[in-house]
Design a binder for this molecule. Structure first.
Ligand code: DGL
Length: 261
């Protein structure tokens, strides 16, 4: 089984991308809805939650684990890799690799939660590959609650997106990384506000193609993964709103199972 966790429901954007790239692979998802959001918490707290979530997925039989949450990927990947002996995937590196290739003179904008932007991980990874690249980040803390309220096409959301993107637009970025699970749901508005010449990198799609390439190369691991098209969704707190968003995101009936972490 492929195990995936996120701070809540946003990681379903990664599940959706996986369903397209690796159709039929069994997936077990954990949304830590009782402790969400992670983006406003300290890195120590996020690390602790991320380790507990990984342990839960492994106990349920996951053979590989994807950290769908950008915030957890930013601050907890190392601790997870040190503590567990299974392949671990995070969402930062695949997005960085894609962003570097979109232009000869990369001028890259990154949007994410406060914790992700504060970690500086995207800048660090981009500069490791291309020290010449120009990189600008902007934390967009209001976007997660707006998406969770379902305010995707509201004028207020469009206005807030425009305001957040303004400093990146002024810098004339040519590439924009959506460094948060929720932002792919705002992709159309973001593209309109940043301009159609800017390439948008969706980290959910980037990680799905990265996992696919890994499994094609590592057949012994691929053989271990069951492929019966079973999807199981656990959350640490069940609310009607989450079930509604999950169903509309994945366009199928989703029944969330409650678990205590
Ligand atoms: N999943 C988080 C991320 O991708 C966004 C929501 C949160 O703050 O927990 O950074």
């Amino acid at each position: 089984m492929i195990g995936i966790f996120d701070s809540g429901i946003g990681g379903l954007t990664v599940v959706k991308a996986l369903m397209e790239h690796l159709s039929g692979y069994d997936i077990i998802y954990l949304g830590d809805t009782a402790r969400t959001p992670y983006g406003t918490k300290s890195s120590e707290t996020v690390k602790k939650y991320a380790l507990e979530n990984t342990e839960f997925l492994l106990n349920k039989g996951a053979e590989i684990v994807i950290i769908a949450c950008n915030t957890a990927s930013s601050v907890a990947t190392e601790s997870i890799a040190e503590n567990f002996d299974v392949p671990i995937f995070e969402v930062i590196t695949p997005a960085v690799e894609l962003s570097i290739n979109t232009s000869h003179k990369p001028c890259i904008g990154i949007i994410g939660t406060r914790a992700t932007v504060k970690s500086g991980i995207y800048e660090k990874k981009i500069k490791e590959i291309n020290p010449q690249a120009r990189v600008y980040s902007k934390a967009c803390p209001l976007l997660v609650p707006l998406v969770e309220e379902g305010w995707i096409n509201k004028p207020e959301t469009k206005m807030i997106v425009k305001k957040y993107l303004h400093p990146l637009k002024v810098r004339q970025i040519n590439t924009l990384i959506l460094g948060c699970t929720h932002y792919p749901l705002l992709k159309n508005i973001i593209q309109k506000k940043i301009g159609k010449r800017v390439s948008i990198i969706d980290s959910s799609v980037a990680v799905a193609s990265n996992v696919k390439a890994f499994l094609e190369k590592h057949r012994e691991i691929d053989d271990m993964l069951s492929k019966k098209g079973r999807y199981t969704f656990f959350v640490s707190d069940v609310t009607e709103q989450f079930e509604k968003i999950a169903t509309s995101m994945l366009k199928r009936d989703i029944h969330l199972k409650h678990v205590k972490i």
